[in-house]
Design a binder for this molecule. Structure first.
Ligand SMILES: Nc1ncnc2c1ncn2[C@@H]1O[C@H](COP(=O)(O)OP(=O)(O)O)[C@@H](O)[C@H]1O
Ligand SMILES: O=P(O)(O)OC[C@H]1O[C@](O)(COP(=O)(O)O)[C@@H](O)[C@@H]1O
Ligand SMILES: [Mg+2]
Length: 360
């Protein structure tokens, strides 16, 4: 039996490819299967605060029947990853009632979901979460929307850089995102054939990096190399990765530039380095087939959780299936680090890739 509901959907935190595919799935399933009304809240908690609502319909964005949402990057609802949410918590909590919501589906990463979970607990909202982030650092789910596309984007960049590196016998240092975790660097580094992968979870030494580069050259006549460095990578002696005294560094200290300076300083042979910072290119592009698939199944499952009246659950990908996990448990274990003794690290090491100084 159908029960009329009015549900909200918002996207929060850093954008990523696949967000629009979730919106499409939620609107389709909620309207076609359950006959509910779906409203989009623009700019996450900011839109809630301002009590903004956009009516969403299954074919609302179509042009002559062409549905752009499945393949469109970014989010049509807009997103924020900063703000003064805490100052306005009471007003935001009250907005849920004011907008006459029966449930809210929040697509976000660990930061946003933690903020929204607090608001939901205080306001007794029916909140269902969908994990998204190119960083893949949300716990209890093997996949978050956007990660696969970002890994593909980085891998493509590594392929391109490999041939120019080989042509000039250069060491290419490629700085990638990931905040405090190295999932992006590790996955793309392995897939893109990196020689060195530096992660926040496994401290590196510049001696280890230089030793690897020397061995490539001396043992294998491999005169070029690809070094992938996660933005949060750390050294073994736990000093800050970026040395602000170095003149060429920006105040934020690009870790890629820092590694290049360190290689020049400590390598026993002359090495020509170039640095590429992939930046927000990693968040752009059309979603991969896998991200569209995950987004679509997550959107459908989130609507079903609302129908079942489940409170504060997150949809998750586990063993090839979509399951529901308690949001509080997810947040207690997020951000999820790379396992330094996990199979991906061991695979990289087995192939001779330097991944930092892992303690046995
Ligand atoms: N809706 C929001 N309102 C205010 N601040 C936010 C919001 N979403 C995220 N943030 C903040 O932005 C920063 C980045 O959060 P992050 O972990 O990247 O979010 P997410 O993982 O959801 O993308 C954190 O400091 C977090 O508290
Ligand atoms: O958009 P901004 O503020 O530059 O954020 C950059 C950060 O967002 C990310 O791209 C994605 O992180 P979230 O998914 O947690 O938002 C990080 O990898 C990066 O450190
Ligand atoms: Mg995050």
């Amino acid at each position: 039996m159908k029960t009329q509901k009015r549900i909200g959907i918002l996207t929060s935190g850093g954008d990523c490819p696949g967000l629009n595919a979730v919106i499409r799935a939620v609107v389709s399933h909620a309207t076609l299967t359950y006959d509910w009304e779906v409203i989009g809240i623009p700019y996450a908690t900011q839109g809630l605060l301002e009590q903004k609502a956009i009516a969403l319909s299954r074919h609302g964005l179509d042009l002559r029947g062409i549905d752009p949402l499945l393949s469109m990057g970014g989010t049509i609802l807009g997103s924020i990853n900063k703000g003064n949410t805490l100052e306005h918590a009471d007003e935001i909590i009250a907005s849920y009632q004011a907008l006459a919501l029966d449930a809210l589906i929040a697509v976000g990463g660990d930061g946003s979901l933690s903020i929204l979970n607090d608001l939901a607990c205080r306001g007794n909202w029916q909140l269902v979460a969908v994990p998204k982030t190119i960083d893949n650092d949300v716990a209890l789910t093997e996949r978050s929307i956007g990660f696969d596309t970002a890994v593909n984007t980085i891998t493509d960049a590594l392929n391109r850089l490999t041939f120019t590196a080989a042509s000039h016998d250069r060491v290419m240092i490629v700085e990638v995102m990931g905040r405090s975790t190295g999932h992006l660097a590790l996955h793309a580094g392995i897939a893109g054939g990196a020689d060195v992968i530096l992660l926040p979870e496994i401290p590196y030494s510049i001696q280890g990096v230089c030793r690897t580069l020397a061995e490539l050259r001396d043992r294998w006549a491999h005169k070029f190399a690809i070094v992938v460095v996660a933005e949060g990578a750390k050294t073994t002696n736990e000093v800050l990765s970026c040395d602000p005294a170095l003149p060429s560094l920006t105040p934020q200290c690009g870790i890629g530039q820092y590694i290049a300076e360190q290689i020049s300083r400590y390598s026993t042979m002359p090495i020509d380095t170039r640095v590429s910072v992939l930046g927000h290119i990693q968040r752009g592009g059309i979603p991969s087939a896998l991200d569209r698939l995950v987004a679509t199944t997550f959107g459908k499952a989130a609507v079903d959780l609302v129908a079942q009246g489940q409170l504060r659950q997150m949809v998750a990908w586990q063993n090839g299936r979509v399951v529901a996990v308690p949001l509080a448990e997810v947040l207690a274990h997020s951000p999820l680090p790379v396992d330094p003794n996990g199979y991906l690290v061991k695979t990289a090491q087995a192939l001779g890739i330097y991944v930092g100084d892992v303690l046995a």
